[in-house]
Design a binder for this molecule. Sequence first.
Ligand SMILES: NC(=O)c1ccc[n+]([C@@H]2O[C@H](COP(=O)([O-])OP(=O)(O)OC[C@H]3O[C@@H](n4cnc5c(N)ncnc54)[C@H](OP(=O)(O)O)[C@@H]3O)[C@@H](O)[C@H]2O)c1
Length: 306
Amino acid sequence: MNSTSNWTLTNVPDLTGKTIIVTGGNSGLGFHAVEAFASKNAQVIMASRNAQKAEQAKLQLLQLIPHAKIDVMKLDLTDLKSVKSFTVEFKQKYSQLHVLLNNAGIMMVPYSKTKDGLEMQLGTNHLGHFALTAQLMDIIKATPKSRIVNVSSMAHKAGVMDFSNLQYENGGYSPFKSYARSKLANLLFTYQLDSYLKVNNIDCIAVAAHPGVSDTHLFDHIAPKWVQSLLRPLMQLFIQPADMGALPEIRAAVDPQAQGADYYGPDGFNEMKGYPIKVQSNQLSHHKETSFELWKASEALTGVSY
Ligand SMILES: NC(=O)c1ccc[n+]([C@@H]2O[C@H](COP(=O)([O-])OP(=O)(O)OC[C@H]3O[C@@H](n4cnc5c(N)ncnc54)[C@H](OP(=O)(O)O)[C@@H]3O)[C@@H](O)[C@H]2O)c1
């Protein structure tokens, strides 16, 4: 730890020889995570749905870190064929995967469906990552001391799982309820995954993180730019810069002290901002039957099994 004992980028160890995937690595928290890992010599795969945006982000990072090893690869979590192609291509190029950082996400979008007919927020935030992780499990097994990190949110506390209406197929959709459900799913998945890894003696841990409230592109579609700039002075009181918001997921990915099923978030008031520490998720996120039922439902919906 540094002199103030706050966990910062100075605590990130040397990552020479490590291969790390960051989903949604071209923007927001993911961008800063790629920056942190690349600056410590990791081979980083920026897994992005938009190649043009990702190449621009890579150029920006290369200006900051000329020695950065960043490989842009196409991944669209709303398309299970794209998830499959990504994993096939990744395994052709790389023989180990030390960290899979499942960071990409969308928030509070109007009701719509993925290419595979899954509800968009659950499909992107949870089911796409569930399928991605399963299809990388063989390479994860082949990598000693590997790690899977899922990015949740304080919104998980408002999440409710209803397996008879998991994708709001019977109505009742609200952008916030669906987002909260998807972020609860991230935690239920993390804890069930960590048990799966332990039961199967796989030398890997599953860890979760949340960024508090961070200034990224996640909110762009919620209010027009001019409203956002009017609200900005007020928002600064509650919101932290994206590089600070990325610290919990970076810590979850690389802190040698992290253990399976740990959850990292900011240490400030209501976990909204601050330096990353271990935090607690709610009781429902630890409910074993619910996480098992979600696992089974996710296997059925994605057609992918562990
Ligand atoms: N910011 C916050 O306050 C906050 C709070 C709680 C949790 N989170 C979580 O933090 C994570 C990162 O979000 P952020 O705040 O950094 O937002 P962001 O700046 O909007 O970044 C989200 C990233 O996810 C990517 N993405 C979205 N849909 C995708 C898809 N179908 N396939 C592949 N990539 C996709 C985006 O790609 P494009 O660039 O192409 O859009 C972007 O790279 C999310 O899981 C979010 O739920 C954020």
